[in-house]
Design a protein around this ligand. Sequence first.
Ligand SMILES: [Zn+2]
Length: 244
Amino acid sequence: MSRELFQNDAYLRACDAVVVDSNPKEKWFSVDQTVFYPLGGGQPGDTGVAFHKNDAEFAIVDTRRARDTGEILHFVDEVTELPESGTELHLEINWERRYLHMRVHSCLHLLSATVPGKITGAQVYAGRGRVDFDVRYPQEKHYIAESLNVLIQKEARRISRVCTRAEIEATPSLMNNLSVPLPEGVDVIKLVHFENLDIQPCGGTHVANTMEIGEVKVDKIESKGKRNRRVSISLVDTAVEPNY
Ligand SMILES: [Zn+2]
């Protein structure tokens, strides 16, 4: 299994790696360690580039976890030859896109702390996202936006600790608080805690401090069934970079 470097440090943009396996038919390769986050928990898989010593470049168009083995697969497009096993690569994620995912994803945690109601679904995009709540009457749009921005400005630090999936599934208070589904095929999951604001198990990537999310707006609240309300949010400034 490859070492998943994004688990301990979501800010790692690049790493060296050695190819472990590849599948020319399905157009993927796997490596001994990676910074690429695989699709899961409502967060898209990373894209980026793999560089080889002899200047060859492989554009990585998607990252997914193999359903059977749990291995992280880096998908390439439009290449005739994949890197062979043992090839040394330098992997780099598309950081601008990933950091937008981190900011939106972290905002969805705060959104789940703002709107009362069980979460039935969530999706992160680059710069926007949404959560479905099992609630008949959510608060007004402007009230949710205001509450969210107040939480963001509290400058809450993220503290994470590792839990087993079994431990989490045996704790109803944690299961009820999920703002995105637990990723499949993962047995060890982080308990993501934004100090004094929200705590929930999550396998995704998050910012280190809520201030990094920046100002957000609530774009719409839609009815998706009798008891289901979809709250969509977006970042006001998508160009902000972490200032440390
Ligand atoms: Zn999360």
